[in-house]
Design a protein around this ligand. Sequence first.
Ligand SMILES: [Zn+2]
Length: 484
Amino acid sequence: MKKVLIFVVAVIIGLFISLIIVSETKHSRQIEPIEKVVIPDILSGFEDRLSAAVQIRTISYEDVQLNDTVAFIAFHQFLHNHFPLVHERMHLIKINRFGLLYVLEGSNPDLRPAMFLAHQDVVPIPDSSVWKHPPFSGHNDGAFIWGRGTIDDKGSLLSILEAAELFLQNNGQPQRSLILAFGFDEEINGEFGAKAISGYLEEEGIRPEFILDEGLVLTHGVVPMIEKQVGLIGIAEKGYLTLRLVTEMDGGHSSMPDEENSLSVLAAAITKLNENSFDAHWCEPVMLFMDYLGPEMDFFPRLAFNNRWFFSPIIKQVYLSFAEGRASLRTTTAPTIFRSGVKDNVIPQTSEALVNFRILPGETIENVVVQVKKIINDDRVAIFIYGQPFAPPAPSPISGIGFETIMQSITAQYENAIAVPYLTLGGSDAKHYYNICDNIYRFAPYEMTGEDMSMIHGANEKISIANYRRMIEFYYRMIYMVCN
Ligand SMILES: [Zn+2]
């Protein structure tokens, strides 16, 4: 008995030691900046320009008839007036009137262009009374600029232009071409902006080396089990699918009802979908995220992340305990619309619901439909694809000048930060560019805590002037490193 006990203890100690050895031999995957970029003084009045840009109400409404075209024209005029070198030296092509495509020709035609995206439009304000400062005031309180778009996404549009203006002022003609593309309908899916711009570039035979769009940010206290700031670089995004579920059954008077009707059958189907979530597993971008994160963590989380073959179930439980974690581990199911019935004493003949799915990389639209049919398992529920689905694209590589320069720029700009690949859970204009580029990354250097995340599309959106200044420096550094 004693021998068995000694044997078990020895095995446990042996296992523990080998876990430690594996963990401690995994090295950091951070890339040090190759060159030290000297950043010139950024142009004075940068915060006033962001504040003024926020005051122009470039809102995208679901009902496009409501869109104020005058605001977009005013916004273009504003950019023209405030970024003189960009407008003098870069070629500006307007796509579908409001899409802005700026091209700075490089001297070396063998180098493919570097491309930066942002969008001009912002989401509407459902209730401005909950804002501390009016949403289109661009109020500057000395520390923050307030208003709709400061984070999504005029902050990055303006900081890219500030960086480009500064670059043109301090450098001659670059070797690599620089392309800036600013859509105007990202918040309503980018069909006329980004999609048309990418179509134009495809026709022109222009294939960028890499594309950098918004999508993920520099987080603080958001990624579990790590203290450092983590720059999340989106190397992939989830797919998008909405299914329309329809039941048609006999109606009639509600005084003598059958046991089931179209509404109750559909409700049962939705309940089944809610109760049977998709399988949770690590997709490629999330596995890479853990490979990069592991070596940067403190001893115990490092031990776990660097030995996932052993600790995976525990890490999974941690990630399944919060919404973002769950969304990175599985294809998500969200019923969003339910329509049925016209009168309280009439049994509805038809009921319909829309259910939105965000598909994990590696899975397909067909997969999801088959799975949904299997879960519902009721022929009375007809299932149709609604709108335009988007299959999850293959992840972009974690090598090459695009990814590497983004990483280097993050670690060079933010002292206590690391940069890791990740999966973008929402969508952005980037998804429209796969026809011309495989190296698409999503990162804008907004420094955000978990609490700050609620400002995106929410009330009291604001950015600190210090953060905004660092964003300009970040884009300057990137443009300098990739174009020169
Ligand atoms: Zn956005």
